[in-house]
Design a protein. Structure first.
Length: 626
């Protein structure tokens, strides 16, 4: 099966030098026996269709873990021998070989590669010097796997159990073929990146593979090229840049791939390969908060419906998928500009019914909008299984996390933030959101003027076991490194004792948005002010450490106290502006963090909200406002 697949890939791509990966699994070392988990590794196989590679000394196919040649194979254009002769000029040219001879070469390739099956794939990539990119996986973009894991049986008294496959959403590879031995015969599932291949292209490749297998089994001593020539023509077999997979339906733009699958028998299912046209560009909608903006109407594609709560309440924009088979990641990528424009207009977006089930699918969705998600945030714990996502703030369930703009008290913050509902709590647990432009309209003008003139002074004390430690927050145990970073950021600091760090950061309370120019109430005054704590918590903390060592504290920028009465007015304004949306599994709230604040309501029962952030912005870029 692998021999037929490799031969077909060589023919359809027009490339002589290809790298295809395959999975190996198992435990070869006794020391691994007591460990729980699934041990699997990708082994890259480098295949040469024509002639001998004189640099390698092999018969033309060899394992890509021989790192002296793996780097040249990446990209699938390949390299001729050191003497510069083309494959056709070589006396040991393989153009006339039979399928049986090709099969023997592929067998040798596999056996040689599996001798190194325990070599971690990451080490192969590093040794080969292959550059890494978010656009595609390193070294291997095509996978061919034979799944021979014994079928598991579940015998649970009183219950009938069966395994259900879930349609894939995001792709690790441009093309992956998974062959499974079932009671009804071999079943091959072709999974492919919809940003690179049309369904019809992959269907044709799958049919050619099956045809080639049948003919090779019937006539194994026929020349391989003759067998390949007998396949039905299915479009051009070469492209200007061959790659190990079917020729793309259009030149790839190195987009993050989304995935569709092609399980046999081939069934025409509606779905994820339909091309989605971009939405017409959304301008700013006239109404509250649209300062100096031109008004244009939203023109959504049929795949989504866009609404607001009311004409006079444009915050947030609700984006609902109208088709159950919508590919969320492909839609987000195709409509990235529309999402950005809508976000600047409405300050917040609610994506609903997009079919996202897992944190990994959510991360792929967020990356389609903002490819460089921020992965170095110290105030939140990382989400298990994610690269640049976080769990929500670990805070007592029965207490509210008050309104704030993420990291507004630091020298750098995300302009974009996402919240994904993996599991809604049965009681409470909403994430209230507020348009900070509306906050300025609601607050008394003299109070806004005082906040704007004086700014804020945030005092943070990293007390061991009382708040996040400075080691966890700064991701280092080196005091000197922390001091250097604080100095560069212009943050005052002092060590209260050997392990207690206190920082003082002067920040604006009102800023102008860097893209829209609108003034917004942008701060964490409510989250830091002592009066906003629960009465019993405030009393306990003041009695334990005193005001000067409170984990979080805030004053006006000149050091004068912010009266409790002022904070009561701020709190009332937040609640008057707040929008509360009941979480549903799969919901995503996306905020412009410089236009919108968020909070968390108390809740009961299990609750899982996953957080992502990106488009980092430096306070220094505010200029005189900072």
């Amino acid at each position: 099966m692998m021999a037929a697949f490799l031969a077909l890939m060589h023919r359809r791509t027009g490339g002589d030098d290809l790298v295809v990966g395959t999975d190996v699994a198992g435990r070869d070392l006794p020391a691994l026996e007591p460990l729980i988990g699934f041990f699997v590794n990708v082994v890259p196989l480098r295949s040469r269709r024509l002639g001998v590679d004189r640099n390698s000394g092999t018969n033309g196919t060899h394992s890509a873990d021989r790192t002296n040649s793996a780097n040249s194979a990446n990209g699938a254009n390949g390299a001729d021998g050191a003497d510069g002769a083309s494959s056709a000029d070589r006396p040991d040219d393989k153009r006339g070989e039979t399928f049986t001879e090709w099969l023997a070469r592929v067998r040798e390739l596999g056996l040689t590669a599996f001798e190194h099956a325990a070599m971690p794939f990451d080490q192969i990539v590093d040794a080969a010097g292959v550059p890494r990119s978010r656009r595609h996986g390193p070294l291997v973009q095509t996978l061919f796997v034979v799944q021979n894991t014994p079928a598991a049986r579940f015998d649970l008294p009183g219950l009938a159990v069966r395994l259900e496959s879930r349609p894939p959403v995001t792709s690790k590879f441009d093309l992956a073929v998974f062959v499974t031995d079932t009671a009804d015969g071999l079943r091959a599932e072709w999974v492919f990146a919809t940003s690179l291949y049309e369904r019809a292209t992959v269907e044709a490749a799958a049919q050619d593979w099956r045809t080639l297998l049948r003919r090779a089994a019937a006539e194994p001593d026929t020349a391989l090229d003759t067998l390949l020539d007998g396949l039905e023509p299915s479009g051009p077999s070469t492209s200007s840049q061959p790659s190990s997979g079917p020729p793309p339906s259009s030149p790839p733009h190195h987009q993050e791939p989304t995935m569709s699958s092609l399980p046999p028998p081939v069934v025409d299912k509606p779905g994820k390969l339909d091309k989605l046209g971009k939405l017409a560009a959304l301008g700013k909608r006239a109404g509250p908060g649209a300062v100096g903006a031109s008004a244009t109407a939203a023109t959504p594609a049929p795949a989504v419906r866009m609404t607001t709560f009311a004409d006079d309440r444009p915050f947030p924009l609700i984006v609902e998928a109208t088709r159950p088979d919508l590919d969320a990641v492909a839609w987000a990528r195709a409509n990235r500009d529309v999402v950005e424009t809508s976000l600047l207009t409405h300050a917040g977006l609610l994506f609903r019914n997009f079919g996202l089930r897992t944190p990994q699918e959510f991360e792929a969705f967020a990356e389609s909008i903002e490819p460089e998600l921020f992965g170095g945030y110290g105030d939140l714990p990382k989400k298990e299984g994610g690269r640049n996502t976080y769990r929500s703030t670990p805070y007592p369930e029965r207490q509210m996390i008050l309104f704030h703009n993420e990291s507004a008290h630091l020298e750098r913050w995300p302009r974009k933030q996402w919240f994904f509902c993996e599991l809604p709590s049965p009681v409470g647990g909403a994430t209230p959101i507020v348009d900070c432009r509306e906050m300025l309209r609601r607050l008394p003008a003299d109070l806004v003027d005082e906040f704007e003139r004086k700014g804020l002074l945030y005092v943070r004390t990293f007390t061991p076991r009382l708040d996040v430690s400075w080691q966890d927050f700064f991701k280092t145990t080196d005091r000197g490194e922390v001091e250097a970073r604080l100095t560069r950021a212009g943050t005052a600091f002092r060590w209260l004792d050997a392990d207690t760090l206190q920082t003082r950061t002067r920040c604006p309370a009102v800023v102008k948005h860097p893209l829209t120019g609108e003034r917004v109430f942008f701060n964490q005054v409510q989250l830091h002010h002592v009066s906003c704590l629960e009465p019993d918590v405030r009393e306990d903390l003041l009695g334990l450490v005193g005001l000067d060592r409170m984990p979080r504290h805030v004053t006006f920028g000149d050091g004068s106290a912010i009266p409790d009465a002022t904070m009561a007015i701020v709190g009332e304004a937040y609640e008057a502006c707040a929008v509360r949306l009941d979480w549903r599994q799969g919901d995503i709230i996306m905020l412009d963090n410089m236009l919108a604040a968020h909070a968390r309501d108390p809740y009961e029962g299990p609750r899982k909200i996953v957080v992502a952030m990106g488009a980092m912005f430096d306070r220094a870029a505010l200029g005189g406002e900072a």
